[in-house]
Design a protein around this ligand. Structure first.
Ligand SMILES: NC(=O)c1ccc[n+]([C@@H]2O[C@H](COP(=O)([O-])OP(=O)(O)OC[C@H]3O[C@@H](n4cnc5c(N)ncnc54)[C@H](O)[C@@H]3O)[C@@H](O)[C@H]2O)c1
Length: 310
């Protein structure tokens, strides 16, 4: 298949593009020109991706450039966006709506004629402070930050395109971690601090629970979504199952890195929900997928990656 992967210079997109190419697909790896992003990200990772057989790189700002290069794709995996709850407040809101909502609106519009299959990345944050535990795809949404609101809007656009006959499916990712994780994400910051011998910078009291999901599991679910027949408009949780408290993850990181688990507490982030917990029943039914990487093994792998980058 010819598969376009957007956000391919990013954390999840880089892994997904590489896996699809290694599975024999022809991958057009798309990311924004450095000019349209502040700060420019992951240049080196994108350049390295260009060396993988089967991958062609393409610079496109989905929020403003012509999207003709998507026209003859069999599938589009749309992972481009501006993630993160913390940076979505204040001036960040407009950027989040540009790169999440407007970019997705234009991408889905560009897919109306040729109708490739489209897989769209959403987030566990759409559930907000969810009442049901674990969260099912049919639960009411309660976005608690501009980022989460933008993903609810992305999902609404996907549902509209599905109703118009575009073969869209939405994957709700839960706290992804592993090698090449974004520098603003908790495990990345914790591991860097641990390896520097600094206290680990913790937002809130660390009692937040998360269905942490290793990027290899996220890749497996995403590749399955590309390759399997899915009901048009399906929404599927992609989450690591049993949630773990951030404090317990910190203890694991400290133990694995061989440092004391000293933290520097910072005020909680507005919109940072107390708990995410994925019900993965639908992912098992539709994608034949369940999470496989235990947190300890996944963190050991991420720590090894940080060490190798030093
Ligand atoms: N990482 C997670 O834990 C997580 C959890 C839930 C959902 N998600 C979603 O998964 C997707 C990938 O997340 P990630 O962690 O890899 O993020 P990332 O920031 O590492 O990657 C996103 C990429 O999108 C690109 N991009 C942004 N705006 C663009 C535009 N207008 N045109 C073209 N490219 C653009 C960026 O340059 C970046 O390389 C995002 O949609 C994110 O919201 C991620």
């Amino acid at each position: 298949m010819k598969v376009v992967v957007t956000g391919a210079a990013g954390f999840v997109g880089g892994h997904v593009a590489e896996a699809l190419a290694r599975a024999g697909h022809a991958v057009l790896a798309v990311d924004a020109p450095a000019r349209s992003l502040t700060p420019p990200r992951a240049e080196a990772a994108f350049a390295a991706l260009g060396g993988v057989p089967g991958v062609v790189l393409r610079r496109l700002d989905l929020a403003e450039d012509t999207l003709e290069p998507l026209a003859d794709a069999d599938a589009v995996v749309h992972l481009a966006g501006r993630p993160g709850v913390r940076t979505s407040w204040g001036a960040g809101r407009a950027l989040v709506f540009r790169d999440n909502v407007e970019a997705t609106r234009r991408l889905l519009e560009a897919c109306r004629e040729n109708r490739p299959k489209v897989i769209v990345a959403s987030s566990s944050s759409v559930y907000g402070a969810a009442r049901r535990k674990p969260s099912r795809e049919t639960d009411a949404l309660a976005p608690a930050s501009p980022y989460a609101e933008s993903k609810v809007e992305v999902e609404r656009l996907a549902a509209k395109a599905a109703a118009d006959g575009v073969g869209v499916a939405v994957l709700r990712y839960f706290s992804v971690y592993g090698p090449r994780q974004r520098p603003d994400m908790a495990f990345h910051r914790f591991i860097e601090a641990a390896l520097d011998g600094r206290p680990l910078p913790l937002f809130g009291d660390g009692r937040q629970l998360r269905s942490f999901t290793h990027v290899r599991d996220v890749v497996a679910a995403t590749v399955a979504a590309v390759e399997r027949d899915l009901p048009v408009g399906a929404t599927v949780n992609v989450g690591g199952g049993e949630p773990v408290a951030v404090r317990d993850a910190i203890a694991l990181i400290a133990d694995l890195a061989g440092v004391p688990a000293t933290v520097r507490e910072q005020p909680p982030v507005a919109g940072d929900v107390p708990r995410t917990w994925a019900d993965t029943g639908r992912a098992a039914d539709l994608l034949g997928w369940r999470p496989t990487v235990p947190l300890g093994a996944g963190l050991a792998e991420q720590i090894a990656w940080h060490r190798s980058e030093r």
